[in-house]
Design a binder for this molecule. Structure first.
Ligand code: GLC
Ligand code: GLC
Length: 828
């Protein structure tokens, strides 16, 4: 069952029922000011950091689920409704929500009145613009009123939802004309404020939540002021400050009125915090006056429909440019819309927000993850390489000089989070992968010379190359008894915690280490990760390639020797005959082996092992891929492990605490499905690669949205696996490494358009039925129009390649300094 459709020409998903199986959201803003907005206008706004600088409130774990946001209420002669249906939930005569690239348009109609609300955050602007167009489509004149509402968060979202004893007494506002200012704590220690305005005179307002609602027993679905068609003109003094505008409107038949609301954020320098004079119309109960110059300028910027149209046009053209860098035309529309629109869009969102704020991440939990953000770059780097470079330097600066990493950092402070700490065994390797991806995309080798400090030597002179070096050797220097990397607190799988042995409620599996490992430095020196071994052999060659490019032959050979040794160790100790084992636990027992009672096979090490060609000469690659198909493949994707754990294995940590079929315990973790898609494509099995791709790619789940539940335009982290009661049900949509990795899987492995150090490789691995495809790829200043022909209907193999009519040996397009070039590839 579907709840909407893709409008590819506009790059929009159009939702035509407000009652989607879960709130289907969009993200507005891409640099400083961000909003989350659901199809019923739920959500919230923040500036840069969803935890430390929250602008509007949201209620977690609420019933009903999606409560809080910015709402418009219309009172049309006693019929009260919202353009987005919620929170009043009056049945509308028609409803539509269009989620587009950085904007959302929600349109409702009731009794001949149409309200179309466009929400967006303009480029380089710290505010959300909400344009409301009201049209009288009836044959009679209409008089009605419209109320706006936004509830302020008292800045620190964590504190805001816990520290009521203080917060119920600190709220402060100022009101000037049609603008309501939120100035809690401004006088003392903060230099920022927020405002909500409308570009017209108003007929009343409210700034105190309970006055707006009329009673502490009312909810957002039943505000007394709206019902009475009478604002209470309340002035907030503590409790919960809000901003609501009241406006009466009369429209002749066919007439429209446009109102532009702006929800903005501004900061003042310390010496310009206060205004010298108090304007006559200012309502305040303070002796000081906020300096509002910045707000005035922001309001001026979008106070007419023409200016709003220009702002929207600028946003649209920004996205047209971003999406023109890589564009394909394949025989499958669903692939085209994923690659050309939605997967790239999601990669921007994950790049911006890491795992901080979504409808499954509260924004008060995690900051930016070291491994997460490095992986996010893989899917994003072609869009705005300069931002990727800046991010790489920020992340690397949280690394320690021995190659260890803080697992997370807070984007506002850019400092590693001490409470989470480090010792996640995979973290350093992702940095090699992302820096290499950046160089392959841009050819900008200068990043290696960039001055990047270590967290434990903030003033020292260190280069990015040194960071890669310590990353690589952090693995080499921390091997266990079988010569495999130590597993430490966890590797990519946060829930395999081999040094934890937790038997006490509340202990964090990621940060708690059993005291028995204290003397050994905080984690077992026996437990080893075969996954990190395979990730090492997969990423290591990029490091070797970098050293070779720099002419550091000896260092390259030394690193290569470590990779070769690791491959040998894996084959000797971690190949189980038909697949690679997952780990050795702290008791020295195999995990993810035929010998195990449950969890005999895990997905994670397999893809990287296959792509590193470990044991390829003995057929290990194909055996492994066939085992995955046999044990992990099911209707909705590949499960993480099989059979699911049904008991608690204290020696494994968090993983076996999940009911079978969910999350890391045999859920379909879409992130690592991509690694298998890549591996199948690498092995030349394009049909299988595409089968796995199409099982999880969101556009392919649209028809079964009632089962899949989450948005059909973006990936979620997890889909309930075959052992789950809710088999096929998606969760944790939007913020997941799945976005980047599936972008890599489809573009670089299946379609095979892959930046390499010395050019652009094109080596497709596609379904054999395809006659071919075309692609446009802008790369290092040149544009390549690529035509791939598949006359013999093979899955893989480039027979000939020409660039501008001239034959090229192999399948790498050499770097061209500019211009547009025609590339033709014949497979066979
Ligand atoms: C989540 C985390 C990611 C981790 C994965 C597997 O997606 O964000 O860092 O690798 O779970 O545990
Ligand atoms: C990751 C995992 C999740 C785990 C969490 C702990 O998000 O996906 O299952 O609980 O990490 O940090």
């Amino acid at each position: 069952m579907k709840f909407g459709f893709f409008d590819d020409s506009k790059k929009e998903y159009v939702i035509n029922s407000p009652k989607t199986p879960y709130p289907w959201i969009n993200y507005l803003g891409n640099q400083g000011f961000f909003s989350l907005i659901s199809n019923t206008a739920g959500g919230y706004c923040f500036y840069k950091d969803a935890r430390l600088r929250r602008i509007t409130r949201y209620r977690y774990n609420n019933v009903p689920i999606d409560m809080g946001g910015r709402y418009f209420y219309i009172n049309d002669n006693g019929t009260i409704w919202n353009p987005g249906w919620s929170p009043v939930k009056t049945e509308l005569d028609s409803y539509e929500c269009r989620h587009g690239m950085g904007y959302t348009v929600i349109t409702g109609k009731k009794n001949g009145l149409k309200a179309e609300v466009t929400f967006f955050v303009p480029q380089n602007y710290d505010g959300e613009v909400q344009q409301v167009v009201l049209t009288n489509e009836s044959k009679e004149a209409k008089s009605f009123s419209i109320f706006s509402i936004a509830e302020w968060c008292l800045w620190d979202a964590q504190d805001d939802c816990t520290n009521f004893q203080r917060n119920f007494s600190t709220g402060r506002v100022e009101i000037e004309g049609s603008t309501i200012y939120h100035v809690t704590e401004y006088r003392d220690r903060r230099n920022h404020y927020a405002f909500y305005t409308v570009n017209d005179d108003i007929d009343g307002y409210d700034t105190d939540r309970d006055s707006f609602l009329g009673s502490i027993y009312n909810g957002w679905d039943n505000p007394a002021t709206v019902k009475a068609d009478k604002p209470s003109n309340s002035f907030a003094d503590g409790w919960s400050p809000v901003a609501s505008h009241y406006k009466k409107v009369t429209l002749a038949p066919g007439e429209s009125k446009t109102l532009i609301y702006i929800l903005g954020y501004a900061e003042n320098p310390q010496d310009k915090k206060f205004a010298a004079e108090k304007p006559a119309n200012l309502l305040t109960r303070e002796t000081w006056v906020l300096n509002k110059e910045k707000a005035y300028a922001m309001i001026e910027k979008y106070n007419t429909p023409e200016k709003v149209a220009a702002g929207l046009a600028e946003l649209r053209s920004t996205w047209e440019d971003l999406l023109s860098i890589f564009n394909v035309n394949t025989p499958d529309d669903k692939v085209n819309r994923m690659v050309n629109i939605w997967n790239q869009y999601q990669c921007m969102v994950t790049f911006n927000l890491s795992r901080s704020a979504s409808y499954f991440e509260s924004g008060i939990g995690r900051g930016m993850g070291f491994r997460d953000s490095n992986q996010d770059i893989l899917g994003f780097v072609h869009q705005i390489p300069e931002r990727a470079r800046e991010r790489l330097i920020d992340i690397a600066s949280t690394q320690l000089s021995d190659g260890g990493c803080y697992h997370q950092y807070q984007p506002l402070t850019k400092k590693g989070n001490a409470d989470i700490g480090g010792d996640f065994s995979d973290d350093p390797l992702w940095m090699i992968l992302s820096v290499a991806a950046y160089i392959k995309e841009t050819g900008d080798w200068s990043i290696l010379d960039a001055n990047v400090p270590f967290d434990d030597d903030p003033n020292g002179k260190h280069t990015m190359l040194e960071h890669l070096n310590v990353s690589f050797y952090h693995i080499v220097n921390n091997l266990g008894p079988h010569g495999l990397p130590l597993a430490m607190r966890a590797d990519w799988n946060d829930c395999i915690n081999l040094s934890c042995f937790s038997d006490t409620p509340g202990e964090s599996f990621q940060t708690y280490t059993n005291p028995k490992f204290k003397a050994e430095g905080g984690y077992s020196k026996i437990a080893e990760s075969a996954f990190v071994a395979a990730l090492f052999t997969y990423t290591g060659p990029a490091f070797v390639g970098i050293l070779e490019h720099l002419g550091k032959k000896d260092e390259a050979a030394k690193a290569q020797a470590e990779i070769d040794k690791m491959k040998k160790n894996v084959m000797e100790s971690a190949f189980d005959g038909d697949w690679f084992i997952r780990a050795y636990d702290a008791n020295g027992e195999k995990m993810g082996s035929k010998e195990c009672e449950e969890g005999k096979i895990f997905i994670e090490p397999q893809g990287f092992a296959v792509m590193s060609e470990i044991g390829k000469d003995q057929g290990a690659d194909i055996k492994t891929l066939n085992s995955i198909d046999k044990y992990l493949n099911c209707e909705f994707g590949l499960v993480l492990n099989n059979p699911a754990f049904t008991k608690y294995y204290i020696q494994y940590g968090e993983i076996s605490t999940y009911p079978g079929g969910y999350k890391e315990n045999a859920g379909i973790f879409t992130h690592n499905n991509a690694w298998i898609i890549c591996a199948e494509a690498y092995a030349g099995r394009g049909d299988k690669a595409f089968e796995y791709y199409s099982k999880i790619a969101p556009a392919f789940t649209e028809e079964t949205s009632d089962i899949h539940k989450t948005e059909p335009y973006v990936y979620g982290q997890m889909i309930g696996g075959k052992d789950a009661k809710n088999f096929g049900q998606g969760k944790n949509s939007w913020l997941t490494g799945t976005a980047a990795w599936n972008m890599v899987a489809i573009s670089q492995y299946i379609l095979g358009v892959q930046p390499v150090f010395d050019g652009l490789k094109v080596d497709p691995s596609i379904p054999h039925e395809w006659d071919g495809f075309t692609a446009v790829r802008k790369f290092r200043g040149a544009t390549f129009n690529i035509t791939v022909k598949n006359p013999s209907h093979v899955c893989k193999g480039v027979k000939t390649m020409t660039v501008d009519g001239k034959a090229v040996e192999g399948c790498v397009i050499p770097v061209c300094s500019g211009g547009t070039h025609e590339v033709e590839i014949v497979m066979g």
